[in-house]
Design a protein around this ligand. Structure first.
Ligand code: 5GP
Length: 361
């Protein structure tokens, strides 16, 4: 399938939403055997495909019961990166909510260390997950070396991390996440995301932490307009985040503000349809953004939860909006401009896309 072979850029992927069904089932079976959960009760929840936005957040609470110990966080990180790489994603911005759980001795920092361990464990592909000439203590260099020795060229994927603030969190907890992100900058953390149930929490709770993040040079992306909320959408756009996700419940006034600000939009077609945020794909706002050349890019959101892949998203957009190979290639290539990684990574990606261009023009 040709959309798989096209190099792609993924900018909106939640770690715990991108887990393979087979892994979730295996984890559920293990916890079932230990008597922590009843496997039969959760099996159908994991495999069920149509879920409203509300049900999605219930599912995440279940997924977090299954995944939140250090070893499992490491495992799912490795698998998720390898899955994106095998779909020919060449640059992945992976976002995850650092979690604190005193019962198992987990701090937000140790959670993130488990994520980094997962990045180091990636072996199916060559991975670049930290800015050059920064951290050389990781086994990354060893992987690159063994790669060069056996003469075969492995696929390469760039991975950068965004730390998510959950809308259930307090100002202080949000601030802890931003401080952790700042400490982890040399380890490939490039920004902050605001996500979680859009019916929970107030914008003013998160604003101080997000302002601090921007002042310190972190990039910020916000889940914006997932539910109708005039005031919040306007306040979010006034904040001038570096990107936003979704933009489903925008009204005229919001579109005008968005378009004059040129803030790029992360579009998640399958997610919006599955959660019924958009009633029908052919009226999705991606068409207007594309036609008016507003910066936007296709993303998966939660490839596990919504049973999709980035190739599937490109296929869906191409067939729904009548776009050809060349147009789709241009769309993904233009996203290089709004990734959160540094200019060196942008330069490398430009080369990768220029090399691939012959096939797609
Ligand atoms: P995690 O951050 O635990 O790795 O990934 C799962 C979390 O991402 C969820 O608990 C939720 O906070 C956030 N998330 C995943 N998908 C969505 C979505 O479609 N909308 C919003 N607002 N948050 C999401």
């Amino acid at each position: 399938e040709s959309w798989i072979s096209m190099p792609k850029i993924e900018l909106h992927a939640h770690l715990n939403g991108s887990i393979r069904d087979s892994t979730l089932l295996e984890l559920a079976r293990d916890l079932g055997e230990k008597g922590v959960i009843v496997f039969a009760d959760v099996e159908h929840v994991i495999l069920k495909n149509d879920r409203s936005l509300c049900e999605v957040f219930k599912l995440f609470d279940l997924i977090h019961i299954l995944t939140t110990d250090h070893a499992t966080v490491t495992r799912i990180t490795k698998e998720v990166v390898e899955d994106f790489a095998s779909d020919n994603v060449v640059y992945l911005e992976l976002r995850t909510t650092p979690k604190k759980n005193d019962l198992i001795g987990m701090s937000k920092r140790s959670y993130m260390e488990a994520v980094l361990e997962g990045l180091r464990a990636v072996s199916a592909v060559d991975i670049d997950f930290a800015p050059k000439n920064m951290d050389t203590t990781s086994p990354m260099t060893a992987i690159t070396k063994s790669n060069a020795c056996n003469g075969t060229i492995k696929k390469k994927i760039y991975v950068r991390l965004l730390l998510s603030i959950d809308r259930r969190e307090t100002t202080a907890a949000a601030m802890d996440t931003v401080k952790l992100a700042l400490e982890m900058r040399r380890l490939g953390v490039v920004g902050i995301d605001l996500s979680g149930n859009p019916n929970v929490g107030e914008w003013t709770t998160f604003l101080p932490a997000l302002e601090f993040a921007q002042q310190q040079g972190l990039q910020v992306t916000l889940h914006c307009g997932e539910v109708p909320n005039r005031k919040e959408i306007q306040a979010m756009l006034d904040f001038l985040p570096q990107r936003i996700g979704h933009a489903c419940f925008f009204e005229e006034e919001d579109w005008i503000k968005l378009k004059s600000s040129k803030i790029p939009v992360e579009i998640c077609l399958t997610s919006n349809i599955r959660t019924e945020s958009i009633s029908s794909i052919d009226i999705h706002h991606f068409a207007d953004l594309y036609n008016t050349k507003h910066p936007s890019v296709l993303c998966t959101d939660d490839s596990g939860v919504f049973s999709t892949s980035l190739s599937e998203e490109y296929k869906l957009a191409a067939s729904t909006f009548g776009l050809g190979k060349k147009e789709m290639f241009e769309l993904v290539k233009n996203a290089i401009e709004f990734i959160f990684a540094d200019v060196e990574v942008k330069q490398d990606l430009k080369e990768i896309f220029n090399l691939a261009a012959k096939k797609w023009d």
